[in-house]
Design a protein around this ligand. Structure first.
Ligand SMILES: Cc1cc2nc3c(=O)[nH]c(=O)nc-3n(C[C@H](O)[C@H](O)[C@H](O)COP(=O)(O)OP(=O)(O)OC[C@H]3O[C@@H](n4cnc5c(N)ncnc54)[C@H](O)[C@@H]3O)c2cc1C
Length: 271
């Protein structure tokens, strides 16, 4: 299959807020590829595709025939074969997201035939606990991990720590609260950074995702302290958050993972 062609449809578009959407995509006449939770898909639209009204104009001229390609972490479960779900934030000055936001169900899009990436939990021992920390749409790969891996009888603990500016930007909140309520495995800690702008006073955590560590919020819910021996930590989204979390985790003995030098902290920077 060619790398750049309309080969899939938008089947559903769910608005989380004016600047955050959940897109479901269905291949046109081919099967969704196998993938591991945590991996990313590549979407594309040509420069001729219209931009959503809420966005700014293109920063530089775009070739109308050339496909603009970007990576998006898959949010759906790996066993979900009907559609691929993605969680996308609008970058008003961006090249692709204003065009993605202008799409509606039935519109065509390019979906690269392979889903890739190493930000996965499949090769980790199944008794290790997992702390999944993300900002904004950095929650997407964790939705795939949670939806794919939490099962009745599951022994390991998961903690999802989701940071956003406002409570209305906390996508998937009701799904995560439901999973937390029906299993003993999930700690879910939403945290907002701009509480003064809330319409209704926010009773939850305030600050930045990395602060949950020193506030013992995970150990309060798990009943034990996450340590490098019993837990791996995943960090996804804003590179600024990732850098400060890596430094903070290092002071607790957690080491950044690489293929050459295994550690307990796994990173996916979105830009
Ligand atoms: C492996 C990987 C997975 C990704 N998964 C997702 C995902 O699931 N959801 C998602 O929305 N984006 C995701 N991204 C980012 C995505 O690929 C694009 O960079 C983003 O959508 C902006 O594209 P654009 O063409 O509109 O902006 P561009 O014209 O490419 O402008 C890029 C600028 O936009 C800003 N930016 C990029 N991503 C974000 C973001 N998520 N939130 C806020 N500001 C951002 C940064 O300032 C960046 O410098 C991922 C990136 C990588 C590398």
């Amino acid at each position: 299959m060619s790398n750049r062609e309309f080969n899939a449809y938008i089947s559903q578009k769910i608005s989380v807020s004016p600047e955050i959407i959940i897109l479901r995509i269905v291949p046109d006449g081919w099967d969704l590829p196998e993938f591991d939770p945590g991996q990313y898909a590549v979407l594309g639209l040509p420069g001729s595709a219209p931009r959503v009204e809420l966005s700014d104009a293109d920063e530089s001229p775009v070739d109308p025939d050339k496909f603009i390609l970007r990576a998006y972490s898959v949010a759906s479960a790996s066993r979900q074969k009907e559609y691929l779900e993605l969680y996308v934030t609008l970058v008003r000055s961006g090249a692709l997201t204003p065009r993605l936001f202008a799409l509606n169900p039935g519109d065509k899009i390019h979906l690269a035939p392979k889903i890739k990436g190493v930000f996965t939990i499949n090769e980790l021992p199944s008794d290790l606990n997992l702390v999944l920390m993300g900002t904004g749409t950095g929650l997407a790969p964790y939705m795939s991990m949670i939806r794919s891996c939490i099962r009745p009888g599951e022994k390991r603990k998961f903690a999802v720590v989701h940071g956003a500016r406002h409570s209305w930007d906390l996508g998937y909140r009701s799904e995560l609260m439901t999973i937390r309520n029906i299993t003993d495995n999930l700690a879910y800690i939403p945290i907002i950074s701009r509480p003064k702008l809330e319409m209704v006073p926010w009773a939850g955590e305030v600050g930045y995702v990395q602060q949950v560590w020193d506030r013992n919020l995970i150990s309060d819910q798990w009943g034990f302290q996450p340590t490098p021996e019993n837990t791996h930590v995943f960090l996804c989204g804003n590179p600024g958050m990732i850098e400060s979390a890596v430094t903070l985790l290092a002071s607790h003995g957690f080491k950044e993972h690489s293929k050459r030098s295994p550690g307990e902290v796994h990173l996916e920077k979105y830009w």
